[in-house]
Write a protein of this length. Structure first.
Length: 201
Protein backbone atom coordinates (compact mmCIF):
# COMPACT_ATOMS: atom_id res chain seq x y z
CA UNK A 1 0.00 0.00 0.00
CA UNK A 2 2.85 2.36 0.85
CA UNK A 3 4.33 1.73 -2.61
CA UNK A 4 1.09 2.90 -4.25
CA UNK A 5 1.07 6.10 -2.17
CA UNK A 6 4.73 6.68 -3.07
CA UNK A 7 3.96 6.23 -6.77
CA UNK A 8 1.00 8.61 -6.57
CA UNK A 9 3.12 11.19 -4.71
CA UNK A 10 5.93 10.83 -7.26
CA UNK A 11 3.44 11.26 -10.11
CA UNK A 12 2.01 14.42 -8.54
CA UNK A 13 5.49 15.90 -7.95
CA UNK A 14 6.56 14.95 -11.47
CA UNK A 15 3.45 16.59 -12.94
CA UNK A 16 4.15 19.76 -10.96
CA UNK A 17 7.74 19.85 -12.21
CA UNK A 18 6.60 19.37 -15.82
CA UNK A 19 4.01 22.15 -15.38
CA UNK A 20 6.68 24.44 -13.91
CA UNK A 21 8.97 23.71 -16.86
CA UNK A 22 6.19 24.44 -19.36
CA UNK A 23 5.30 27.70 -17.57
CA UNK A 24 8.96 28.75 -17.44
CA UNK A 25 9.45 27.96 -21.12
CA UNK A 26 6.33 29.91 -22.09
CA UNK A 27 7.54 32.86 -20.00
CA UNK A 28 10.94 32.63 -21.69
CA UNK A 29 9.35 32.67 -25.14
CA UNK A 30 7.17 35.63 -24.16
CA UNK A 31 10.19 37.59 -22.87
CA UNK A 32 12.17 36.75 -26.00
CA UNK A 33 9.32 37.84 -28.29
CA UNK A 34 8.92 41.09 -26.37
CA UNK A 35 12.65 41.84 -26.57
CA UNK A 36 12.66 41.25 -30.34
CA UNK A 37 9.51 43.37 -30.67
CA UNK A 38 11.10 46.17 -28.65
CA UNK A 39 14.28 46.05 -30.73
CA UNK A 40 12.20 46.25 -33.90
CA UNK A 41 10.30 49.24 -32.50
CA UNK A 42 13.56 50.99 -31.51
CA UNK A 43 14.97 50.53 -35.01
CA UNK A 44 11.72 51.87 -36.45
CA UNK A 45 11.91 54.95 -34.22
CA UNK A 46 15.52 55.63 -35.28
CA UNK A 47 14.51 55.32 -38.93
CA UNK A 48 11.56 57.67 -38.40
CA UNK A 49 13.74 60.29 -36.70
CA UNK A 50 16.33 60.09 -39.51
CA UNK A 51 13.69 60.44 -42.23
CA UNK A 52 12.02 63.40 -40.56
CA UNK A 53 15.27 65.18 -39.73
CA UNK A 54 16.58 64.80 -43.29
CA UNK A 55 13.29 66.07 -44.69
CA UNK A 56 12.95 69.10 -42.44
CA UNK A 57 16.63 70.03 -42.92
CA UNK A 58 15.85 70.84 -46.57
CA UNK A 59 13.05 73.27 -45.69
CA UNK A 60 13.57 76.59 -47.44
CA UNK A 61 16.20 75.40 -49.91
CA UNK A 62 16.42 78.14 -52.56
CA UNK A 63 13.58 80.08 -50.90
CA UNK A 64 13.63 83.29 -48.87
CA UNK A 65 13.79 82.05 -45.24
CA UNK A 66 11.03 84.44 -44.22
CA UNK A 67 8.52 82.74 -46.56
CA UNK A 68 9.88 79.18 -46.37
CA UNK A 69 7.21 78.03 -43.88
CA UNK A 70 3.67 78.15 -45.24
CA UNK A 71 1.86 76.65 -42.26
CA UNK A 72 2.95 75.73 -38.77
CA UNK A 73 0.74 74.31 -36.05
CA UNK A 74 1.07 71.92 -33.15
CA UNK A 75 0.11 68.93 -35.29
CA UNK A 76 1.37 69.74 -38.80
CA UNK A 77 4.07 71.56 -40.76
CA UNK A 78 4.05 72.78 -44.38
CA UNK A 79 7.11 74.34 -46.02
CA UNK A 80 8.57 75.26 -49.41
CA UNK A 81 11.78 73.94 -50.94
CA UNK A 82 13.42 73.55 -54.33
CA UNK A 83 14.48 70.03 -53.36
CA UNK A 84 12.55 67.24 -55.08
CA UNK A 85 12.12 64.27 -52.75
CA UNK A 86 10.93 62.01 -55.56
CA UNK A 87 14.12 62.41 -57.60
CA UNK A 88 16.41 63.19 -54.65
CA UNK A 89 17.87 66.24 -56.37
CA UNK A 90 17.19 69.97 -56.77
CA UNK A 91 14.13 70.90 -58.83
CA UNK A 92 13.53 73.76 -61.25
CA UNK A 93 10.35 74.77 -59.47
CA UNK A 94 9.42 75.14 -55.82
CA UNK A 95 7.80 72.18 -54.05
CA UNK A 96 5.44 72.20 -51.08
CA UNK A 97 6.14 69.58 -48.40
CA UNK A 98 3.65 68.76 -45.66
CA UNK A 99 4.02 66.58 -42.59
CA UNK A 100 1.08 65.48 -40.47
CA UNK A 101 -0.56 62.41 -38.98
CA UNK A 102 -2.65 60.44 -41.45
CA UNK A 103 -6.37 61.10 -41.09
CA UNK A 104 -7.22 57.39 -40.83
CA UNK A 105 -5.28 54.54 -39.20
CA UNK A 106 -3.36 52.24 -41.51
CA UNK A 107 -3.02 48.47 -40.94
CA UNK A 108 0.08 49.32 -38.93
CA UNK A 109 -1.50 51.99 -36.80
CA UNK A 110 -1.65 55.73 -37.44
CA UNK A 111 1.16 56.89 -39.71
CA UNK A 112 2.92 60.17 -40.41
CA UNK A 113 1.98 61.33 -43.88
CA UNK A 114 4.79 63.09 -45.75
CA UNK A 115 3.53 64.61 -49.00
CA UNK A 116 5.08 66.61 -51.81
CA UNK A 117 2.64 68.89 -53.63
CA UNK A 118 -0.22 66.93 -52.00
CA UNK A 119 1.12 63.58 -53.27
CA UNK A 120 2.26 61.11 -50.59
CA UNK A 121 5.93 60.19 -50.80
CA UNK A 122 6.26 56.41 -50.97
CA UNK A 123 9.86 56.50 -49.80
CA UNK A 124 8.73 58.18 -46.59
CA UNK A 125 5.52 56.25 -46.09
CA UNK A 126 6.91 53.82 -43.56
CA UNK A 127 6.57 55.82 -40.35
CA UNK A 128 3.90 53.73 -38.67
CA UNK A 129 2.59 53.07 -35.15
CA UNK A 130 2.64 56.78 -34.29
CA UNK A 131 0.16 57.56 -31.54
CA UNK A 132 0.86 61.27 -31.23
CA UNK A 133 2.86 63.99 -33.02
CA UNK A 134 3.50 67.47 -31.65
CA UNK A 135 5.56 70.29 -33.19
CA UNK A 136 7.12 73.16 -31.25
CA UNK A 137 8.86 75.95 -33.17
CA UNK A 138 11.94 78.08 -32.51
CA UNK A 139 13.55 81.14 -34.08
CA UNK A 140 17.19 81.49 -35.13
CA UNK A 141 18.18 82.34 -31.53
CA UNK A 142 16.48 79.18 -30.23
CA UNK A 143 13.65 81.13 -28.64
CA UNK A 144 10.23 79.49 -28.66
CA UNK A 145 7.96 80.97 -31.34
CA UNK A 146 4.54 81.67 -29.86
CA UNK A 147 1.52 81.61 -32.17
CA UNK A 148 3.55 79.97 -34.95
CA UNK A 149 0.68 80.21 -37.47
CA UNK A 150 0.96 84.00 -37.26
CA UNK A 151 4.77 84.12 -37.06
CA UNK A 152 5.95 81.65 -39.70
CA UNK A 153 8.64 84.11 -40.86
CA UNK A 154 10.49 83.61 -37.54
CA UNK A 155 10.64 79.80 -37.61
CA UNK A 156 14.08 78.27 -38.15
CA UNK A 157 13.77 74.94 -36.29
CA UNK A 158 11.20 72.63 -34.81
CA UNK A 159 11.12 70.21 -31.92
CA UNK A 160 9.17 67.02 -32.54
CA UNK A 161 7.55 65.06 -29.75
CA UNK A 162 6.29 61.68 -30.88
CA UNK A 163 4.76 58.75 -29.09
CA UNK A 164 4.62 55.27 -30.59
CA UNK A 165 2.06 52.61 -29.69
CA UNK A 166 2.06 48.97 -30.70
CA UNK A 167 0.02 45.95 -29.67
CA UNK A 168 1.89 43.25 -27.72
CA UNK A 169 3.38 40.27 -29.61
CA UNK A 170 1.12 37.88 -27.67
CA UNK A 171 -2.52 38.15 -26.66
CA UNK A 172 -2.84 39.36 -23.09
CA UNK A 173 0.60 41.00 -23.07
CA UNK A 174 1.40 44.60 -22.19
CA UNK A 175 1.21 47.15 -24.99
CA UNK A 176 4.46 48.69 -26.19
CA UNK A 177 4.51 52.46 -25.67
CA UNK A 178 7.56 54.62 -26.34
CA UNK A 179 8.23 58.34 -26.67
CA UNK A 180 10.73 60.22 -28.80
CA UNK A 181 11.77 63.87 -28.67
CA UNK A 182 14.28 65.51 -31.01
CA UNK A 183 15.00 68.81 -32.70
CA UNK A 184 15.27 69.48 -36.44
CA UNK A 185 16.92 72.60 -37.87
CA UNK A 186 15.96 74.21 -41.17
CA UNK A 187 19.59 74.13 -42.26
CA UNK A 188 19.02 75.93 -45.56
CA UNK A 189 17.14 78.73 -43.82
CA UNK A 190 19.97 79.05 -41.29
CA UNK A 191 22.61 79.26 -44.02
CA UNK A 192 20.61 81.75 -46.07
CA UNK A 193 19.92 84.01 -43.11
CA UNK A 194 23.24 85.79 -43.55
CA UNK A 195 23.57 85.28 -47.31
CA UNK A 196 20.44 86.35 -49.26
CA UNK A 197 22.17 85.55 -52.59
CA UNK A 198 21.57 81.84 -51.84
CA UNK A 199 17.87 82.14 -52.61
CA UNK A 200 15.98 83.58 -55.54
CA UNK A 201 13.89 85.95 -53.46
Amino acid sequence: MNIIFDLIGAAIIGSMLVLMMITFQFSLYDTSDRMLYTMSMTEHMEMAATFLNNTIALAGMGVDPDVAVLYASEDSLVFKTYWDFTTEQPDESVNTISLKLAAAPSPYGTQILVAQNNVALDAMGHIFWVDNLIFRYYDIDDNLVYNPQDNTEDIRSTELRMSFFRDPPRVGGTNLETKLQFKCYFMNAYMQEGNPSLYEG
